[in-house]
Design a binder for this molecule. Structure first.
Ligand code: GAR
Length: 217
């Protein structure tokens, strides 16, 4: 039985598109059953419709500061589509602790840094300012703290001396589009075990890949 997934977006939805593409494969253990946006003008909505995925818009603006009321509306949309798992893809709205606890272990997020480094806004600018030589992206389970929680998968890129936030973001985005579908495959396939604050993966081949940056040669 494929797990039923909702993708929550606020913007262009490139990670959403990567998840939809991956889930189109017959052997993928999850099906994207709905894309929900908290903004009517999110570019990803049109992309989702073009892929034949049902969409819903729940304008968070109209709920003002009442997060719980927004989440009640969101929960009914999730119930209506019998959602098992949530993937956040650039969803720019904070949840209440109650909502996060309700979905603990069933709600994934992607963030464009190697967490726990550089959570929050402008992670690429933060990475360049800190002078790290390697950065990347992280898929994690969502906990009440923003951009934190048990890590499912990470991918890394070398940071270049002449990088700008945009150039670094573009290279990391390519990594995001690879690891988010892979992480969802693991979760939906029942291969992730939560062990306290960390995740263990069943049957993953150990990787001996090494990324050294900068190259000294
Ligand atoms: C992605 O880079 C994602 O990692 C980031 O927003 C972007 C959304 O792009 N998420 C966060 O920063 C979460 N704190 P997309 O709409 O093209 O997927």
């Amino acid at each position: 039985m494929k797990r039923r997934v909702a993708i929550l977006i606020s913007g262009r939805g490139s990670n959403m598109a990567a998840l939809i593409r991956a889930a189109a494969a017959e052997d993928f253990p999850a099906k994207i059953v709905v894309v929900i946006s908290n903004r009517a003008d999110a570019g990803g909505l049109e992309k989702a419709r073009a892929s034949g995925i049902p969409t819903a818009t729940i304008e968070s603006k109209s709920f003002g500061k009442d997060r719980a009321a927004f989440e009640t509306a969101l929960q009914s949309a999730l119930d209506e589509h019998k959602v098992d798992l949530i993937c956040l893809g650039g969803f720019m709205r904070l949840f209440t602790t109650g909502f996060v606890q309700r979905w603990y272990g069933r709600m994934l997020n992607i963030h464009p840094s190697l967490l726990p480094s550089f959570p929050g806004l402008d992670p690429h600018g933060q990475a360049l300012k800190a002078g790290v030589k390697i950065s990347g992206a992280t898929v994690h389970f969502v906990i009440p703290e923003t951009d934190a929680g048990p890590i499912l998968m990470q991918g890394a890129v070398a940071v270049r001396d002449d990088d700008t936030p945009d150039a670094l973001a573009a290279r990391i985005l390519e990594v995001e589009h690879r690891i988010y579908p892979d992480a969802l495959r693991l979760v939906a396939g029942g291969r992730i075990r939560l062990d306290g604050d960390t995740c263990k993966t069943a049957g993953s081949a150990a990787s001996d890949a090494t990324l050294i940056s900068p190259a000294a040669g």
